[in-house]
Design a protein around this ligand. Structure first.
Ligand code: FES
Length: 222
C-alpha cells in the first residue's frame, strides 16, 4: 500500500493512503481528542465532534476522523478555531454526564480527564447548567455494571458488540436528550441473549461500563 507524507503540528509523518487525519496523527504519537473512533472501524461514526483540526487551504476546521489524508497536507491540531469547537462539544457532552469521579471505577484511566486536560478546560461547565439524567444503573449482568448516566454515547460498545456477536444486542434508542445506549426492548443486560462482553467494557472511554468487582474473600487462612 502507498504511504503518503504529511505535516502535523510541524512534524513530517507518513501514513497509509486512505487513512484519516485522526488515524495518521494517533499512529504517529500525536494526540487529537476523540471518543467515537475505534481502531479498525471502516466508517467513522463522527458523533462526538471532538476531533476538530485545521487543514491548510480549508476555511473551516474539519473533523479529523472523517478527513482523508493527502500527499503534502499540512494539519494543525491545536489551532484556536479547532480547539474552540472541540471545547464547545466537550462542554455540551459534559453537561449531562454524571460527575462522580471520586467514586468512579474509571478514575485514573477515564478519557474525559485526558480530553479536559488536552483542551485546557474543566470537566464541569461554568456556563451550562448540569442536567441530571437520573437513569437506573443496570447491574443485572454477572460480570458487568452499566451506568447510563456516565455514557457519552460514543457508540464504541455498540460497534464492538456488532463486530463480535453478529446480532449485537446493545444499540441506540430515542433522540436528543433522551438518547441512550440500551438493549433491544430495554431488557436488562443480564437477560439479553447476546449482549455486552468484556470487549465492550474495554472500549468504553468512561465509567459507564465497568467490570463487576469480585466479592472480597471471607475465608480464613488456617
Ligand atoms: S472522533 Fe471524530 S467526531 Fe468523534
Amino acid at each position: 500500500m502507498t504511504k503518503l507524507t504529511l505535516t502535523i503540528d510541524g512534524n513530517e509523518v507518513t501514513a497509509q493512503d486512505g487513512a484519516t487525519v485522526l488515524r495518521a496523527a494517533l499512529d504517529n504519537g500525536i494526540y487529537i481528542a476523540n471518543l467515537c473512533t475505534l481502531d479498525g472501524e471502516a466508517a467513522p461514526m463522527a458523533a462526538c465532534r471532538l476531533c476538530f483540526v485545521e487543514v491548510e487551504g480549508k476555511d473551516e476546521p474539519v473533523t479529523a476522523c472523517t478527513e482523508p489524508i493527502t500527499e503534502g497536507m499540512v494539519v494543525a491540531t491545536r489551532g484556536e478555531g479547532a480547539m474552540r469547537l472541540a471545547r464547545r462539544s466537550f462542554e455540551l457532552l459534559m453537561a449531562s454526564h454524571a460527575l462522580d469521579c471520586a467514586h468512579c471505577g474509571k478514575l485514573g484511566t477515564c478519557q474525559l480527564h485526558t480530553i479536559a486536560h488536552h483542551l485546557h478546560t474543566r470537566l464541569k461547565s461554568k456556563r451550562l447548567r448540569a442536567l441530571s439524567r437520573g437513569l437506573p444503573v443496570d447491574d443485572s449482568h454477572p460480570r458487568i455494571v452499566y451506568d447510563p448516566n456516565k455514557c457519552v454515547l460514543c457508540g464504541r460498545c455498540v460497534a464492538t458488540s456488532r463486530r463480535g456477536a453478529g446480532d449485537g444486542t446493545p444499540g441506540f434508542a430515542h433522540r436528543g436528550f433522551e438518547r441512550v445506549v440500551t438493549t433491544f426492548e430495554d431488557i436488562p443486560l443480564g437477560e439479553a441473549a447476546v449482549g455486552l462482553d468484556s470487549s465492550c467494557v474495554d472500549v468504553c472511554p468512561t465509567g459507564a461500563l465497568l467490570p463487576k468487582l469480585e466479592p472480597a474473600s471471607t475465608g480464613s487462612a488456617n
